[in-house]
Design a protein around this ligand. Structure first.
Ligand SMILES: [Zn+2]
Length: 263
């Protein structure tokens, strides 16, 4: 079933054209080149639905920029794709390009929010990329919030880490958790949580969120292996964090509720 309305602004056909959003823009491929990464580089995705069953698929990374979903409006300047989403992508490219290549970088609080907003936008597109059997955790009002406010809803936690990987320069993890709500749930999708983790070269960006949209949430502290960039602590950070993840650490990082779910 093709998307009839934009997943962010809800404008629909025939007023707007629904266009393809590339999960990662072509500039990602231009930074993480075969010459840089070697011939056997691969791209890997791991998805796990509410049943907890995880599936992984690996293929050559030359198709990284080919992952796309026809879900957002307009390539013209007033459309989402050619407007705010393109602007955000351009700002983030400038910020994360050196980090993808492993170069240290200081990020101001405003820059942290820019990266966090981009990551949330991408994690919302990701929910639509791999077919209708994927659970859509974030409600329309959360996507509308990102479109209108140009920042993530307060309950989303966005973290950045650094990885020293052996042969896995590009990964996407998407995990959907079924939580047991402590109070009777009033939302349409109670008890689900989503954790999306993107690895682009040395940079790891993670979005964890639930369907609810509270007005505020407390900032949580940094850990040795990651920084919390949203909700913002209000201070500049110097990436990378003190401890880089290795491949096993990355797998644990991408599955934060594993100590609870036990799989
Ligand atoms: Zn739109």
């Amino acid at each position: 079933m093709p998307q009839q309305a934009c997943i962010f602004c809800e404008r629909a056909k025939p007023l707007v054209t629904i266009t393809k959003e590339h999960l990662f823009s072509r500039w990602v491929d231009r930074i993480l080149t075969p010459e840089l990464l070697g011939p056997d580089r691969s791209f890997e995705r791991t998805t796990a639905g509410p049943d907890g069953l995880a599936m992984s698929k690996t293929w050559p990374t030359e198709v990284i920029a080919a992952i796309e979903a026809t879900v957002v409006c307009g390539s013209s300047a007033d459309g989402c794709n050619g407007g705010w989403m393109g602007d955000l992508d351009g700002q983030v490219r400038h910020l994360i390009e050196p980090m993808m290549l492993g170069k240290p970088r200081t990020l101001s609080p405003e820059e942290q929010v820019t990266i966090a907003t981009w990551a949330v936008m991408k994690s919302m597109v990701l929910e639509f990329v791999w077919g209708t059997e994927q659970a859509i955790v974030f409600p329309q009002e959360a996507r509308m919030f990102v479109y209108r406010q140009q920042r993530p809803p307060a309950n989303m936690q966005i973290r950045i880490a650094a990885v020293e990987s052996h042969g896995r320069p590009a990964l996407i993890f998407r995990r959907v958790y079924r939580l047991r709500p402590q109070a009777p749930a009033s939302k349409t999708l109670p008890g689900l949580a989503s954790c999306s983790t993107f690895v682009l070269g040395c940079l790891v960006v993670q979005v964890y969120g639930t369907p609810s949209i509270p007005s505020a949430a407390p900032a949580t502290p940094h850990r040795p292996s990651y920084f919390v960039i949203y909700p913002s602590t209000g201070s500049a950070i110097s990436w990378p964090p003190p401890e880089a993840l290795d491949d096993a650490g990355l797998d644990r990082f991408a599955h934060p509720l594993q100590p609870v779910t036990g799989d």
